[in-house]
Design a protein around this ligand. Structure first.
Ligand SMILES: Cc1cc2nc3c(=O)[nH]c(=O)nc-3n(C[C@H](O)[C@H](O)[C@H](O)COP(=O)(O)OP(=O)(O)OC[C@H]3O[C@@H](n4cnc5c(N)ncnc54)[C@H](O)[C@@H]3O)c2cc1C
Length: 384
């Protein structure tokens, strides 16, 4: 395989979108970010502001009442929101994650049923792949779906589901033919009001504390037969194809968090004086800032290149998606840790945003496949 890729470029529309989202994030989301984290509460102000401005799911096609934004536009929204509040950036990010299996593989009828309300911001959607005993090895899942007349009956438990309790719709992978392992997994859409569906307790997390993460319980959960996404047995393939489109969005979420930490660090080192000088005057500090800026910019470019590749359906989009997610999230961990370092003791307190950003950055190395799994994916692509 070749890792060459065409260059992406942003249009005037993209840059106008960036300015609009940045303004909204600074005015309507940033003021609540610290308190949302402190109280581990849902960022309702961000949710309402994103929905009102039409930024909660820009990737949904105009045909389904969405804005028809491309993969770059979706990244711009997530990046600018994550720059001030990672928890809030999960509304647009998970709307893309949850709806992508439908966009890629569902029947036209199912698309018409689910996508328009998400496009209009009236509802949102989560993605249910992981289970307690099936994380990196997601194909080992135990949640089952059995056909019963003109319905499917789901039983089992999904774990770690982002935005659960907030979302109205849930894309859920379940085993329909246990003999076939990955080829016996199918994808379904479940609604919060479906009988036998229940959201479990909230996890107590290190970061992204404003974003609810819960289990989903299915106890003889009955859904109509036409809620299957694509053909039986194609669900795992759809789940993996989805990740080619959404790993760039996690990468760019990491870039947004790192950018926020970099900006906070730059402001602080110019202000803070030691040895009768601003600490920004010390070359040791300047080199740290330069390295942080270089890393954030390379990660940003990587994410946009991979988003553009996913939009075009390039053959190497999967490699690039894993590379972007892995690289950007590792960079975000480094940059946010260095930002805390540049704040000295103050950086270790909750009085400044960089400790929150460092805690928030960590999840980007774990979800949508850990960075070890991204390396497995990349090595497989390179060695095949
Ligand atoms: C806050 C949060 C939100 C999440 N949101 C969602 C969601 O919305 N939807 C969803 O479906 N899932 C979600 N997840 C689940 C997430 O994707 C999994 O946690 C992740 O894939 C890792 O699975 P695991 O936790 O079972 O870890 P494990 O698979 O048990 O991994 C443990 C360690 O072993 C390593 N490891 C495992 N296999 C290999 C291997 N082959 N080679 C090298 N190292 C390996 C891993 O890299 C990791 O370091 C979320 C998780 C969290 C914490």
């Amino acid at each position: 395989m070749s890792t060459d890729t065409k260059l992406y470029s942003t249009t005037n529309e993209h840059e106008e979108l960036r300015q609009a989202v940045r303004r909204l994030a600074d005015e309507k989301i940033a003021p609540y970010a610290a308190e949302v984290d402190e109280n581990e509460r849902y960022p309702q102000e961000a949710h309402d502001a994103l929905v009102k401005a039409g930024f909660s799911a820009v990737h949904i096609d105009e045909k389904y009442d969405g804005a028809g934004g491309d993969a770059i536009a979706a990244c711009i929204v997530i990046e600018e929101v994550a720059r001030v509040c990672a928890s809030s950036s999960l509304l647009p990010a998970v709307n893309k994650l949850g709806s992508m299996p439908i966009i890629l593989s569902a029947s036209e009828e199912l698309k018409q049923k689910v996508l328009p309300s998400i496009g209009r911001g009236e509802s949102s959607i989560s993605y249910g792949l992981s289970e307690r005993e099936a994380g990196s090895d997601a194909a080992a899942m135990r949640t089952k779906a059995v056909k019963d007349g003109d319905t499917w009956v789901l039983n089992g438990t999904k774990a770690w589901i982002t935005q659960s309790g907030i979302s109205d719709w849930y894309t859920v992978m379940a085993v329909t033919d246990p003999e076939k392992r990955a080829n016996g997994i199918s994808a379904f859409v479940v609604h919060r009001d479906d009988p036998g569906f229940e959201v479990g307790n909230k996890e107590r997390k290190m970061g992204i504390k404003g974003s609810p993460t819960c289990e989903l319980h299915f106890t003889n959960c009955v859904i109509p037969e036409d809620r299957i996404i694509g053909e039986p047995g194609t669900g795992f393939k759809t789940a993996l194809r989805t990740l080619d489109h959404t790993r760039p969005t996690i990468g760019i979420q990491a870039v947004g968090i790192a950018q926020g930490a970099l900006e906070a660090a730059i402001a602080y080192v110019k202000e803070r004086k030691q040895f009768r000088k601003a600490i920004a005057d010390f070359q040791g500090v300047q080199f740290m800032i330069a390295d942080m800026g270089m890393k954030v910019e390379t990660a940003r470019q990587m994410c946009y290149v991979s988003a553009a590749a996913s939009e075009r359906g390039d053959a190497n989009a999967g490699f690039l998606a894993s590379a972007a997610k892995c690289y950007a999230s590792d960079i975000a961990m480094e940059v946010t840790t260095d930002a805390v370092q540049l704040f000295g003791g103050a950086g270790y307190t909750r009085d400044f945003p960089v400790e929150r950003m460092m805690r928030d950055a960590k999840i980007t190395q774990i979800y949508e496949g850990t960075n070890q799994i991204q390396r497995v994916v990349m090595a497989r692509a390179l060695l095949k």
